[in-house]
Unconditional design. Structure first.
Length: 130
């Protein structure tokens, strides 16, 4: 399948489900590739593994703007990722195992890590005002 065929399929997905912007589809497909690429051996990934991969890929690609970009594209929660994944599967742009289901994405999962913990950039100290 060439890039033009992929683009046509994505355009059709956007027409059928306008909740998600065009860029959301290749982003999720690329996040699948990113997630599988981190594994020591190529294999199928679970919904939870993919959600971790989506979060890490968004952070890698967009940094502090990740939440804003995902929101702009209509990706607000794990179920949105699942909807996009299953749309891509229906368009034969991704594949699934027989044991997979869209319901696996219906979990409470933060797509962007909270602004705390070891990954947070410390703020510069404020100047002391006398």
């Amino acid at each position: 399948m060439d890039q033009q065929d992929v683009e046509q399929k994505i355009e059709e997905l956007v027409r059928r489900d306008p909740r998600y912007r065009h860029d959301a589809y290749p982003f999720v497909a690329n996040a699948v590739t990113f997630t599988v690429g981190r594994l020591p051996k190529h294999r199928h990934v679970s919904a939870l593994e993919l959600l971790h991969g989506v979060r890490d890929y968004a952070q890698k690609e967009f940094g502090v703007l990740a939440q804003q970009v995902l929101d702009e594209w209509g990706i607000h929660e794990a179920a949105d990722v699942g909807s996009i994944v299953y749309s891509l599967i229906g368009a034969e742009l991704l594949s699934a195992s027989q044991d997979d289901s869209p319901e696996e994405f219906e979990i409470d999962f933060p797509l962007i890590e909270p602004e705390s913990g070891p990954h947070r950039q410390p703020h510069a100290p404020l100047p002391k005002i006398d």
